[in-house]
Write a protein that binds this ligand. Structure first.
Ligand code: ATP
Ligand code: MG
Length: 414
């Protein structure tokens, strides 16, 4: 098995890239070693893409900085106090962090020193599957025996889960998020128990950090299960201050194959908040969502509210004209996923409707105020009213009234 694993790493494009090899060459001098660690290894072993690469090294940060400069690479020292230098190489950023170890713990804060011991560095990491290392040739180093857990997709804390969570409460959210993305079967019971016991610790985390993890969790394949477990542990309420409509969210995620939007955090959050607008706004605040994210949620919510009592599939053109395509797709998914989960016979028809919305040319109202002025109307509030009136006539006609017909309807003497 281990040969197989080495092969998989050795053959991965990201490790063979000249950019990362140049980082290794720069850092590994005078007896210092460097190894990639964490997500890049885990994702490669499990067959996922590798979006970013972390590198651990025995070299101290100021030395890493100097060696990168000498090699003509671009080091950025913003994280130097924590031991991290970002090196841009081949157009890609690599985070190079000096090995660390805990020397003592004052209450919650660990004092950290730089070290040269790979096993101690591994013990400070969160989960066994995240404590795998590979050298520049793709040879795996597994100081804590995390390989088996990784291949079995078991998310297990390193060491005593209670103690590890007390050191950093973000690990509670990472436990659910990493499971939702890479896990299989059920959450590790010991880890889950510790998350439950320390749930109040979430209150100490900043909204940004919670928001960051929750967004990533919602994009993951097993988000519905992970959220249900979080909710059962009281974690959702602490994170967002509200109730989660877990069953509606489960229904939404049953449509993962039908629409890519089911994995968008904004849509997930709209569904989880349900029809209560205050819940939606509070979630946006508590997770520090951006204005664009909030706007998407509000528009989806408006569509959802409009469709709330409709029995039949609605007229796609009118919705896209009023709300735009994205909000229409979001709103349809939010409203219909529950019904389709209960009656999968509608699934095909629903999927056809979504595709009709996606291909719909959004109708464009064919006249402007200037057209009315040209045909004899005086500028002013009455003109605005007339324009609105014509627009609604046009919408009612199913967007069939032409510019000519509309202008005829609006002749000043008529
Ligand atoms: P991804 O990049 O997909 O989020 P990742 O595992 O690479 O996954 P990062 O946040 O990039 O996650 O962290 C890199 C590594 O640092 C992790 O694999 C883990 O070993 C360690 N790590 C990150 N956050 C923590 C934490 N809160 N506590 C302990 N170790 C952590
Ligand atoms: Mg990473």
């Amino acid at each position: 098995m281990s040969l197989n694993v080495d092969d998989r790493l050795r053959e991965s494009d990201w490790l063979r890239a000249p950019g990362i090899q140049a980082v290794f060459s720069a850092v590994e001098q005078e007896g210092d070693e460097a190894r990639t660690v964490g997500g890049a290894i885990r994702n490669t072993l499990l067959g996922y893409p590798v979006p970013d690469v972390d590198i651990a090294t025995t070299a101290r940060p100021e030395i890493v900085m100097k060696r990168a400069q000498d090699a003509g690479l671009k080091p950025i020292g913003t994280g130097i106090d924590h031991g991290t230098i970002t090196i841009i190489s081949g157009g890609f950023p690599y985070e190079v962090t000096t090995l660390r170890e805990d020397v003592e713990t004052y209450g919650r804060q660990a004092r950290v020193v730089f070290g040269r011991d790979w096993e101690k560095d591994a013990r400070r990491r969160d989960f066994t599957m995240n404590a795998l290392y590979a050298d520049r040739h793709g040879h795996l180093h597994d100081p804590l025996g995390g390989l088996e857990d990784c291949l079995a997709r078991r998310v297990r804390f390193i060491g005593d889960p209670d103690a590890r969570i007390r050191e950093d409460y973000l690990r509670i959210l990472r436990f659910f998020r990493i499971f939702a993305a890479y896990g299989k079967g059920e959450l590790d019971r010991e880890g889950l128990g510790a998350c439950l016991r320390h749930r109040d610790g979430l209150r100490q985390l900043s909204a940004e950090r919670i928001g960051h993890e929750m967004r990533r969790l919602l994009s993951a394949p097993l988000a519905a299960y992970a959220l249900k477990m979080m909710n059962d542990c009281g974690l959702w309420e602490i994170a967002t201050g509200g109730l989660a409509r877990i069953e509606d969210y489960e229904a939404l995620r049953l449509l993962d194959e039908v629409a890519r939007e089911t994995r968008d955090p904004e849509l997930g959050l709209v569904v989880l908040a349900g029809f209560v607008r205050e819940d939606l706004e509070r979630i946006c605040d508590r997770l520090r969502l951006s204005n664009a994210e909030r706007k998407r949620m509000q528009t989806a919510w408006a569509v959802m509210k409009k469709l709330r009592n409709s029995e039949a599939f609605p007229e796609a053109a009118a919705l896209t004209y009023e709300f735009g395509k994205q909000a229409t797709v979001d709103g349809l998914l939010a409203i219909w996923s529950g019904r389709i989960a209960r009656n999968s016979a509608d699934r095909g028809a629903f999927s056809n409707m979504l595709s009709a919305v996606r291909h719909q040319a959004v109708p464009e109202f064919p006249i402007k105020g200037a057209d009315l002025i040209a045909s004899g109307h005086k500028p002013g509030p009455a003109l605005g009213k007339l324009l609105k009136h014509l627009e609604s006539e046009w919408i009612t006609s199913g967007f069939t009234l032409t510019r000519q017909q509309l202008l005829e309807h609006s002749r000043p003497e008529s």
